[in-house]
Design a protein around this ligand. Structure first.
Ligand code: ASP
Ligand code: MG
Length: 424
């Protein structure tokens, strides 16, 4: 017998028929004798609709300007998950499963006061453990909690993954199963490279990079949390027949296990290729080379909430001037340029240049720590395809390369094959 947290995303609970299918997955685990808690998202599209209503309602009359009270935003958008939790409990009951729904505040899942993007502060697992001991399946509304001001809070878009992992940690679950509309984590995006393979296992660190670099399977924060608390997290499909062979095999179900690297026996050098489109490159030419310049540039950008990604600074030739290049999401270029213009005098630079429509392609693998030449093979392969490299950044387990957007697909396929990910 195991203790399992099961999480179902929006497309998996999009209508009653799909909720019935979800209930069959739950019943399968309950019938196998496991203790089960279920976390649900809102029905697909529901949260977007609710956010739209909030924006509409908070517009001042005759103006396009809208600024809304984040506490009321939370009161509205948290309702989507409340609905699915209740519906799934009803469907489970109709199937003869002893189930009950719970809202975030009832657990309670305590957060900080950052309404709209709250962070989890504390979850006392004993409430749910008590439910397990009563043989109850607890169906929990994801994405929401309760803030110190005694009001409902939400965890930011995609936050029900984080609810699930946090609850799995709090009840010391054997595994957190994330059921979604894909059947696992792939070596790269199968829509770009049909030879992409599903990974049986991937380490927390690699998954964190994959998720941050564009693979949208899991909310990044949920992976951080899984890594910190060592929650074995399993990505699998909710659309498969719940009773298909192997689905109920606890030790080896179909999908991808995100786990500690110690659990990965045969570590490949490179595990996956990720990409992010719509990046823009901004370069400041002839920046004074003196202490405080980087702080003077990136401080104001951070204050304006602009997410700066790759940063490349050259060593100046004569010790007086240098160039500074960095990337931001394309949508933030105008805002970034305005911030830079404002600080021009203080920072001291010649001109600012920018280029939209870039992509960042990344090679990820913990095996890189102990293998030389991984970056060199990427550069060679890209050059053979005539792909120009704009900027490069590396960490212990990844290499990110900035290229022109139209070459994204070719670069992804080239790198995927260079590291032998097409095979096996
Ligand atoms: N329903 C929320 C959203 O759409 C939370 C989630 O699905 O994880 O962002
Ligand atoms: Mg999601």
């Amino acid at each position: 017998m195991a203790r399992i947290v099961m999480k179902f995303g929006g497309t998996s609970v999009a209508d009653i028929a799909r909720i019935r299918n979800v209930a069959r997955h739950v019943k399968r685990e309950v019938d196998a004798g496991h203790e089960v808690a279920v976390i649900v998202s809102a029905m697909a599209g529901k949260t977007n609709e609710l956010v739209g209503w909030v924006q509409d309602a908070s517009k001042a009359e005759g103006s396009n300007f809208n600024i809304y009270d984040a506490r009321e935003y939370d009161a509205v958008v948290a309702s989507g998950e409340q609905v699915t939790a209740g519906l799934l409990a009803l469907v489970l009951q109709a199937m003869g499963v002893h189930a009950r729904s719970w809202q975030g505040w009832q657990i309670p899942l305590k957060t900080d006061t950052s309404h709209g993007a709250a962070r989890i502060a504390d979850i006392d697992g004993s409430f749910l453990i008590q439910r397990f001991s009563e043989g109850q399946v607890a169906v929990i509304a994801g994405f929401q909690g309760i803030a110190p001001d005694n009001r409902i809070s939400t965890l930011g878009r995609g936050g029900s993954d984080t609810s699930a992992v946090a609850i799995a940690a709090a009840v010391n679950a054997d595994r957190c199963d994330i059921y979604t509309d894909v059947d696992g984590v792939y070596t790269t995006d199968p829509r770009i490279e049909p030879k992409a393979r599903r990974l049986a296992r991937i380490s927390f660190e690699e998954m964190l990079e994959m998720a941050s670099l564009g693979a949208k399977v899991l909310q990044v924060r949920s992976v951080e949390l899984a890594m910190v608390h060592k929650v074995r997290t399993f990505v699998r499909s909710s659309f498969e027949d719940p009773d298909a062979p192997g689905m109920g095999d606890f030790d080896n179900p179909p999908g991808t296990l995100i786990c500690d690297e110690d659990e990965i026996v045969e570590q490949q050098v490179v595990t996956g290729i990720a990409y992010a489109k719509d990046e823009a490159q901004i370069s400041l030419r002839r920046v004074a080379d003196r202490p405080g310049v980087a702080a003077g540039i990136f401080g104001p950008l951070a204050e304006a909430n602009i997410n700066v990604d790759m940063i490349v600074q050259n060593i100046s030739e004569d010790g007086s001037y240098t160039d500074m290049t960095f990337t931001v999401p394309s949508g933030d270029v105008a805002k970034a340029l305005a911030v830079l213009e404002k600080g021009k005098e203080k920072v001291g630079y010649d001109v600012v240049q920018h280029d939209d429509g870039m992509s960042k392609v990344s090679v990820i693998g913990i095996g890189m720590r102990s293998h030389a030449g991984v970056a060199a093979s990427a550069f060679r392969a890209l050059s053979e395809k005539g792909i120009n490299i704009r900027a490069i950044t590396t960490s212990e387990i990844k290499i990110s390369i900035l290229i022109d957007g139209p070459y994204t697909e070719l670069a992804v396929r080239t790198l995927h094959s260079v590291y032998g990910l097409d095979k096996q």
